[in-house]
Design a protein around this ligand. Structure first.
Ligand SMILES: [Zn+2]
Length: 477
């Protein structure tokens, strides 16, 4: 690796806030003095996420500097067209070398805590890893080296407070308490590791911000009272940020950023239902149908989130189960267009046919909400417009971005309306959006920074040249 002379060498501290966006932070900054000072001093940028803006592809891009067409990840689940089935992604599923590989290859020392897609932890010299939510439980298998595990035990480490809808089930007050507890233990572990090991790059990921915003985004944008309850979490997150910044001491670069933004889900769209009604998707009967119907009915009584939060401590096994059940109802061979994976953006698989894609794109962009008359899809991206690289052909031919106020719900087939109002307070009210946040202590020279720029930026701060296969460019002036 070439070392660029004359560029400041020091340490890099990265603190990521899952799902942070300026819409939420601007309301919460009065409770976040440390972040507010950083923003006043260095400015706050918008940071463009991946398409779709989900934690898995976003973090694959952050860690490789590549677009999803190269690393091939667009969800926590990987969908195989040939097999018609899905599998959970893992750290081993990131194609190509990561930022951390490049750093340790240049003799730099790295600590990462809860960085998404870092499970199983790579057994790498010079790297200390506490794995992420892909780990089924807190165990010695989620850390490397193994001697780190007692640090987790000592701090009563937890990955998440539980299932993603848990907040809806237990209520805002208790959920805020739980989220604070989880992040406090996470950052305590991070601080201990910063003391115990040498490091050039330290990255720690605040995950609960995402869960909290999914459950209570309507409160965040709502009354003072509801917001005050949530503010306790943002204030706590800010104290944790301030503590790691202090612990780090002098660094050559500090980055606070998010993997994607957030938006209020006022109305949910079920695009698979629309595709079936238009004759694009062919349904098949399956044994799972009865269970699916039951799952949908349970929504009404809040039962679903209550029950699920007891059964599943982690959302991913549930998401996989629901996706498989949903897929089992789609005749993928006879369908001309379908969405095999979950929500966020509509990832539509069509299997080629340029004419069909163009027609679908026009029709999707023209969908009007039967109740409000509003357009429900902001934009449909063609695969080649957003993905470049050797794995692009595995990815969906069309990706639909919902219009403001709309979100894609779980794409379960069934009956009823394909657009419905979101039941705030009994189901998730926040959904992912494309624009996240970036606060960087270096002056940002580039317009419209994107996630793929972060890896080259970290490398530049440490005087390591970014490999040619990275799509991003360093953000420093
Ligand atoms: Zn999320």
């Amino acid at each position: 690796m070439v070392i660029c002379p004359g560029i400041g060498m020091g340490r890099v501290l990265l603190v990521s806030l899952d799902g942070a966006c300026w819409e939420a932070l601007s309301l919460m900054l009065p409770h976040m003095p440390a972040l507010r000072r950083l923003v006043e001093r260095h400015g706050g940028q918008e940071l463009r996420s991946t398409i779709p803006p989900t934690t898995a592809p976003a973090w694959a891009t952050i860690q490789t500097g590549m677009n999803p067409g190269k690393h091939g990840i667009i969800d926590f689940l990987r969908y195989s067209r040939e097999k018609g089935s899905t599998s959970l992604v893992s750290s081993a599923g990131i194609r190509g070398r990561t930022l951390w590989d490049v750093l340790t290859g240049s003799g730099k020392k790295v600590i990462t805590v809860n960085v998404p897609l870092s499970y199983p932890p790579p057994r790498q010299r010079g790297r200390v890893t506490v794995g992420c939510m892909l780990s089924p439980r807190v165990s010695p298998e989620m850390v490397y080296p193994g001697e780190v595990y007692p640090v987790l035990r000592r701090n009563a480490y937890r990955i998440l407070p539980g299932f993603i809808g848990r907040g809806v089930a237990v209520g805002v007050e208790r959920f805020v308490d739980e989220c604070i507890e989880v992040e406090e233990s996470r950052f305590a572990v991070a601080e201990e590791l910063m003391e115990a090991y040498e490091w050039d790059v330290m990255a720690v990921h605040n995950q609960c911000m995402d869960a909290l915003q999914h459950c209570f985004y309507h409160l965040l944008l709502g009354s003072q009272e509801g917001r005050a309850e949530l503010a306790r979490f943002y204030a706590a997150s800010d104290r944790l940020l301030e503590r790691v910044v202090k612990r780090a001491g002098k660094v050559s670069l500090l980055g606070v950023f998010s993997d994607h933004g957030f938006t209020l889900a006022e109305r949910y769209i079920n695009l698979n239902l629309w595709l079936r009604r238009r004759g694009y998707l062919v349904e098949r009967g399956s044994a799972a149908s009865g269970l699916m119907l039951l799952l949908r009915r349970m929504d009404v009584l809040r039962l679903r989130n209550r029950l699920l939060s007891r059964v599943f401590r982690n959302s991913l096994p549930f998401v996989k189960l629901r996706t498989e059940m949903s897929l089992s109802k789609i005749d993928t061979r006879r369908s001309r267009a379908y969405i095999p994976l979950g929500a966020t953006f509509g990832c539509i698989y069509t299997g080629g046919n340029g004419e069909l894609r163009e027609r679908l794109r026009r029709e999707l962009e023209g969908i009007a909400d039967p109740e409000t008359g509003r357009r429900v899809i902001r934009r449909v991206y063609l695969r080649e417009e957003v993905y470049r690289g050797e794995r692009a052909h595995e990815l969906p031919e069309l990706v639909a971005e919902p219009a403001p106020g709309y979100a894609f719900g779980p794409q379960l087939l069934g009956e009823g309306r394909f657009i419905r109002r979101a039941r705030h307070g009994t189901e998730l009210s926040g959904a992912h959006a494309l624009t996240g946040v970036l606060v960087l202590t270096s002056k940002v020279a580039k317009e419209a920074p994107a996630l793929e720029d972060l890896a080259p930026t970290v490398l530049r701060a440490l005087g390591v040249e970014a490999p040619g296969w990275m799509d991003g460019r360093p953000l420093q002036e």
